[in-house]
Design a protein around this ligand. Structure first.
Ligand SMILES: O=P(O)(O)OC[C@H]1O[C@](O)(COP(=O)(O)O)[C@@H](O)[C@@H]1O
Ligand SMILES: [Mg+2]
Ligand SMILES: [Mg+2]
Length: 338
């Protein structure tokens, strides 16, 4: 790429040249990107900035919060509450929705986020990230300021109008879709801006790499056991090829690898908590990642159906996730139907 294209310019082109997004959504995404930049600075300071360690509190899902979970959540809320185009926000770290203060006309978008993904990696200096998803507030009538409710958020992932993540690793990279493929932007710290570094991201349809937390093997269901067992048999088994394994324990980093070189990522239902459909969150993790993966030519299911078709019943709903290279995801999904 000879000429540097900033995220702002890319978004302006998506709005004016391609007509893919309205100006309100463009501005909203710029605010989210600014918030990610400031989270990236906090992550980089680490122990020097006093951001490591636990916060002595629990979130709505009963998970112990890290200081950075809370800081990242506050940064996103503060940046967006006066952004002008949001009606409300929902976060993995908040019990219920956060309606932005009433104004006229009311904002038409809903923003959902996992402010800090991969919390167990914060203190050990391994890649972490922020995942976000944007929905339109249903039945919006700009002349009417009406209360936003949790029910407004309960839309299937296929209704998303933008989705992305920012991974804080050796580089800080923001990955975005507005329904026109996937683009990656790397933070240029000297310029202070995100610069387009890859467009039309494509996930290879086949792969020899899987990502799953193997320590849970004894708790898995038969189709997942069968798939992994066949991978582990390598060249001598039914797949006729050797597989490699990676598990970073930050979904953002695992998905980033898959968008970069292919692979299949799984966090399936398991017997430890049989009443929970899975560990990952549908609205803050699975939906945005599934849309990105599909936009890059991959696939994403819960083993039985396309994740983007799931009608959520509650804000903090969990889901089983199988995503990445198309042919592998279709194989695992077929094993669930066999
Ligand atoms: O520690 P485990 O069970 O392998 O789980 C790892 C998974 O949990 C998560 O960290 C959950 O995200 P949070 O850190 O936002 O709670 C995923 O990013 C990751 O894929
Ligand atoms: Mg997460
Ligand atoms: Mg989180």
């Amino acid at each position: 790429m000879s000429q540097k294209i900033s995220l702002s310019r890319y978004l302006v082109e998506q709005q004016r040249v391609h007509g893919h997004i309205p100006s309100e959504l463009r501005l909203l995404l710029e605010v989210v990107a600014r918030a990610c930049k400031s989270i990236s600075h906090a992550v980089n300071k680490g122990a020097l900035g006093g951001v490591l360690g636990s916060a002595d509190s629990e979130n709505v899902q009963g998970e112990v919060q890290k200081k950075l979970d809370i800081i990242a959540n506050e940064v996103l809320i503060e940046a967006n509450e006066w952004g002008g185009h949001l009606a409300a926000m929902a976060s993995e770290e908040m019990d219920s929705i956060y309606a932005v203060p009433n104004r006229y006309p009311q904002g038409e978008y809903l923003l959902l986020f996992d402010p800090l993904d991969g919390s167990s990696n914060i203190d050990v200096n391994v890649s972490i990230g922020t995942i976000f998803s944007v929905l339109k507030k249903p039945n919006d009538d700009p002349r009417k300021v009406e209360a936003v409710s949790e029910a407004d958020f309960l839309q299937a992932g296929k209704q998303q109008v933008a989705a992305g993540y920012c991974v804080y690793g050796p580089q800080t990279t923001l990955v975005l879709t507005v329904g026109d493929g996937v683009a990656m932007f790397t933070l240029d710290r000297e310029q202070g801006s995100f610069v387009l570094t890859q467009e039309n991201v494509r996930i290879p349809e086949d792969t020899k790499e899987f990502a799953i937390n193997m320590s849970n093997m004894r708790h898995w269901d038969a189709p997942v056991k069968r798939y992994i067992d066949e991978c582990l048999q390598g060249k001598e088994g039914p797949r006729g090829k050797d597989f490699n394994m990676r598990w970073i324990a930050s979904m953002v980093a695992d998905v980033h690898r898959i968008l970069t070189r292919g692979g299949v990522f799984m966090y399936p239902w398991d017997k430890r908590e049989p009443d929970k459909p899975g560990k990952l969150r549908l609205m803050y993790e699975a939906n945005p990642m599934s849309w990105l993966v599909e936009q890059a030519g991959g696939a994403s299911t819960n083993g039985r159906q396309r994740i983007l078709d799931i009608q959520p019943q509650k804000l903090h709903e969990r889901v089983s996730v199988i995503l990445g290279s198309k042919n592998e995801v279709e194989r695992v999904t077929a094993y669930h139907q066999a």
